[in-house]
Design a protein around this ligand. Structure first.
Ligand SMILES: [Zn+2]
Length: 493
């Protein structure tokens, strides 16, 4: 019998034992392989050359309405691991707030494999280093004081089992990369221009994506040219003007002020002491006007995204659904465990099904509500050029430098790398140090133009942090170019 088949037999027997111990639910995630590699070139030197490999098992049991979690890297001690999870659930039941409930059983059998041609972990270290070194050389220029090129690869195989009979095998494969050029402006302040590997939502996630010149290396000349423009630019003068967000900035706006506040555990207050709360209340779901009629936000199952993984860590298959439809909040990011509490607190059924948002960052972490692919649908207001042409007084903004968001995500203040001024339908000049700020709901209600498919980009976020102990998660955001009316810009940074 294979190693995995033997582990599976042990886990099935333990899940049955937990059912016999009056657990209403139990599950296990076996990480057979979990590899991470990071390479960072800084000023032509390989400064980070990091490789990590983990394997182990994490188990949860639900007893008397409380969840107990335990994990081990020792596959010979799976029984003890379940015993610890059971003891943890029995202890937690003594301090219970609202009893947890998984809802009706939903057994699933399945598997998932992300699209890739070349597994990055089969590419030799010298080949990877060569590609990054070449990009570093392309970035090198007399005006550039510092340059950084990074690559980050992930590969995981996870077997999921639960007491309802679900059995899922899935692979995770992700490739992230970024380049940044930096130099001091005439006031001695560092300016930067950067680029991150992204896609149109289709394609693959293997090493071949990073190696494509049009996807990555081909952007070095533009990055250098735009940094040169920033070095001689003036600071954006404060004032109210229209703000046109490119996806490089729009994705973070969506991440921080749609994604995070719509995580159900934050809405219920379970993250208050950790990542923060939400301005959304359970009873708002289905009625709250979150933005203008132009705002349609969806959880999308996008082929080429780190937020697409087939099944979540409760075995729920990923599926497309609306979060905000024509500006009205209609659903949230949720797992099975908290649905009953959300509906009870709202006094009606506001969240009928799991959004497949239960995700854990490793075998030794417990699943919590996470973003997957929180996307804004493209609209019918044309290309970026069309939106610029229709703008009298505005700025086009790209890439975050700084961000500050209220703990309930009701207010925000972002600093960006670059602004292009728009006057009477034309781009007239570059400004440095641009900032903008607003109130989340007022801001989205001022959304009045949404770009078409040509403006939509799938941006990867490799470092979303949440939970205690902290869990770093990979998510994707597909966003079009968006125009917001009359926004406060240029105040501080
Ligand atoms: Zn985040």
């Amino acid at each position: 019998m294979s190693f995995i088949a033997e582990l599976a037999r042990t886990v099935r027997a333990e899940l049955q034992r937990m059912t016999d111990c009056e657990c209403s639910f139990a599950d296990a995630r076996i990480y057979d392989e979990d590899a991470t590699e990071r390479l960072v070139f800084y000023d032509g030197n390989l400064e980070v050359n990091y490789y990590q490999q983990e394997r182990g098992i994490g188990v949860r049991v639900l007893k008397n309405g409380a969840v107990g979690f335990a994990a081990t890297a020792d596959f010979t001690r799976i029984k003890e691991c379940f015993d610890r999870a059971l003891a943890n659930a029995e202890a937690a039941a003594l301090l219970l707030g609202f009893p947890k409930d998984m809802g009706a059983p939903r057994p699933v059998k399945g598997n998932y494999q992300p699209p890739f041609t070349r597994d990055p972990f089969t590419v030799s270290r010298p080949e990877k280093i060569d590609i990054l070194r070449q990009i570093d050389r392309l970035l090198n220029d007399k005006i550039i004081e510092h340059r950084m090129v990074t690559a980050h690869f992930q590969k995981r195989r996870i077997f999921y089992f639960n007491s309802e009979g679900s059995e899922i095998e899935r692979w995770v494969m992700n490739t992230f990369a970024s380049m940044t050029a930096m130099a001091r402006d005439k006031e001695g302040r560092t300016q930067r221009r950067s680029f991150e590997l992204h896609s149109d939502g289709t394609g693959t996630r293997g090493f071949e994506w990073l190696a494509r010149t049009d996807a990555f290396a081909g952007h070095t000349e533009r990055v250098k040219k735009e940094l040169g423009e920033l070095l001689v630019a003036e600071t954006l003068p404060p004032g109210k003007r229209d703000v046109i967000l490119l996806p490089g900035q729009g994705h973070l706006q969506v991440h921080e002020t749609i994604g995070h506040p719509l995580e159900l555990d934050r809405i219920l207050g379970y993250e208050l002491s950790f990542a923060g709360g939400s301005h959304v209340r359970p009873e708002d779901i289905g009625t709250l006007r979150y933005g203008s009629d132009k705002l349609n936000a969806r959880v999308m199952v996008v082929e080429n995204s780190p937020g697409t993984f087939g099944y979540d860590d409760e075995g729920t298959p990923q599926h497309d659904y609306y979060l905000i439809k024509n500006g009205i909040l209609v659903n949230v990011l949720c797992c099975r465990l908290d649905l009953k509490e959300a509906n009870a607190r709202a006094g009606r059924t506001v969240v009928p099904n799991s959004g497949a948002s239960a995700r854990a960052a490793g075998f030794y972490k417990t699943p919590i509500d996470r973003m997957t692919n929180v996307c804004v649908e493209w609209g019918n207001d044309g290309t970026l050029e069309d939106i610029v042409k229709a703008t009298e007084n505005g700025v086009v903004l790209d890439m975050p430098v700084s961000w500050s968001i209220g703990s309930n995500r009701e207010h925000f203040h972002f600093g960006c790398e670059i602004a292009w001024e728009v006057k009477d339908g034309r781009i007239t000049r570059v400004y440095k140090n641009p900032t903008y700020q607003g109130h989340t709901l007022e801001f989205y209600q001022s959304l009045d133009m949404v770009g078409d498919r040509s403006t939509w980009r799938l941006i990867q976020v490799a470092n979303c942090g949440k939970g205690e102990p902290n869990q770093i998660m990979e998510v994707g955001h597909g966003v079009p170019v968006m125009r917001f009316k009359n926004v406060l810009t240029g105040e501080g940074r």
